[in-house]
Write a protein that binds this ligand. Structure first.
Ligand SMILES: [Zn+2]
Ligand SMILES: [Zn+2]
Length: 475
């Protein structure tokens, strides 16, 4: 085959291993200033005309490693920045779209998780965030797709280093106490009781403590969090049952709203007006087609939307009244047959900056000057980040486990364990560690006695938080 090609064609084929260094062009007289200006600035608007509908104030920040994609662990949150990552984006869980969860990271070093849908933990872990860095969770309402990861974050966050502070959970009251967030937490504690007792053979400290902050769902605009310059308020949503809330977070003259689920409502306009990033849920008006795709009668979707959710047209209508710097929709199936239609419906009323808060991993960098939205590249098989500790007092403190195996297990079952001498090859049997090495005493290690890799790895967030807070003049 090759022998039939002409020499001229062959010379165009790249030959493996023989890549040539490009030769510089011949040196010549520089072009005129006018020509250079015409070429470099021709065709772009500058201040002369507008280009596109989406990019008013939308451009990539200079510190981003890639303007196309966010790669976990490669960029630090800047001191004056708010970074938002969609950890779960759909009520129907599937690979690529876990149940709803939005992480907000602030330049002062704090993380706020809004909703904690099933599977979002996989994306949190893959985003190079340790579970003990997730200690403030705000639940919009108690449909399980919004809080089903909570049992896991509670027990595994406690296990993986949340030893020195409780898990803090905020959520609305219900029509009666049994339907409130505090009642759900009590039920959850009961559900995981075997687990927490079993994990008591590990360090616990405050790892099994939950501080529940149930607020009155009807207290419109009530302040539920006001610490370190961060303020969070809530208001009611119409979502078929009392006890569904929206949240607004304000910090550093920037604002984020997540409405949770609900019908379009003027309360959103009142409380979210002019907010920097306004996120709501949406259902595309394609009931007949969607019912056909799913092979189900359409009335169920129609009824669900009309009693619970925000149609695409309505999402755009509300966004137009709010006029955020960036409008986003989430809690939506990210399907090609829906996506263009969703945009069309949003655009019926709203012409400003808009992105999907889907699929999982969508990352939003926000400063007062710029907003940029990228696809996050979340790896399938990442390593977990080391637990993160505050080393301000120069020590790593590991609480003694409150329980031993002897306390919670019959000796007879241990006696049936197979003699390790039978399965370890000669020379490979470890010194077995079947009792906690420091007994019932806390282990306290001066940080400077930790191997450098552990000092680095487990103190990473704390060090960056300190540096950012110094930049912000906070300490
Ligand atoms: Zn939902
Ligand atoms: Zn819901």
């Amino acid at each position: 085959m090759l022998k039939h090609l002409s020499a001229a064609v062959l010379s165009l084929l790249p030959i493996a291993g023989l890549a040539q260094t490009p030769v510089p062009a011949e040196v010549g007289e520089p072009s005129s200033v006018e020509d250079i200006r015409a070429a470099l600035f021709g065709g772009v608007p500058g201040d002369r005309w507008k280009e596109g509908l989406l990019f008013e104030g939308i451009s990539p920040h200079p510190w981003l490693n890639s303007a196309s994609n966010w790669f976990p662990g490669t960029e630090d949150v800047q001191p004056d920045e708010m970074r938002i990552i969609f950890m779960g984006t759909s009520p129907i869980i599937r690979p690529g779209q876990m149940n709803t969860s939005i992480l907000v990271q602030l330049g002062n070093g704090e993380n706020f998780l809004f909703d904690a849908g099933e599977g979002s933990v996989a994306n949190i872990n893959a985003s190079n965030i340790a579970l003990n860095e997730i200690d403030k969770i705000f639940i919009t309402h108690l449909h399980v797709d919004h809080y089903n990861a909570l049992p896991y974050i509670y027990v595994f966050g406690g296990w993986s280093g949340r030893w020195h502070n409780p898990l803090r959970v905020w959520g609305p009251s219900g029509r009666t106490p049994e339907y409130g967030t505090a009642s759900m937490i009590e039920g959850m504690k009961q559900m995981v009781k075997w687990h927490t007792d079993a994990f008591s053979v590990f360090p616990v400290g405050q790892g099994h403590d939950i501080q529940v902050n149930e607020f009155d769902f009807a207290d419109e605009g009530g302040v539920i969090y006001d610490e370190n310059g961060v303020k969070i308020i809530h208001w009611q949503r119409s979502h078929a049952k009392d006890g569904a809330s929206a949240y607004r977070l304000d910090w550093n003259d920037m604002c984020f709203v997540w409405t949770g689920d609900g019908r379009p409502n003027m309360r959103d306009v009142e409380y979210a007006k002019g907010c920097d990033v306004y996120v709501t849920e949406t259902q595309t008006e394609l009931v007949e087609i969607s019912a056909g795709v799913a092979g189900v009668p359409p009335f169920l979707a129609r009824y669900t939307i009309d009693t619970h959710h925000t149609p695409g047209y309505a999402a755009g209508y509300v966004a137009n009244l709010i006029q955020p710097r960036m409008f986003m929709t989430t809690h939506m199936p990210f399907d090609p047959y829906l996506n263009e239609e969703t945009v069309a419906e949003i655009r019926e009323h709203y012409k400003g900056p808009y992105h999907f808060g889907a699929p999982d991993g969508i990352t939003v960098n926000v400063t007062k000057e710029q907003i940029w939205v990228r696809e996050g590249i979340i790896p399938d098989f990442p390593n977990n980040r080391a637990p993160q500790f505050n080393f301000a007092n120069g020590q790593l403190r590991v609480p003694a486990p409150p329980t031993t195996r002897e306390d919670i297990q019959n000796a007879s079952v241990r006696e049936t364990e197979i003699d390790p001498d039978l399965y370890y090859p000669e020379g490979y049997k470890p010194e077995l560690l079947q009792a906690w090495p420091t007994g019932n005493r806390d282990l306290i290690v001066p940080v400077d006695q930790l191997p450098p890799a552990m000092q680095e790895g487990m103190g990473d967030t704390w060090r960056k938080r300190q540096a950012n807070r110094e930049t912000l003049g906070l300490e």
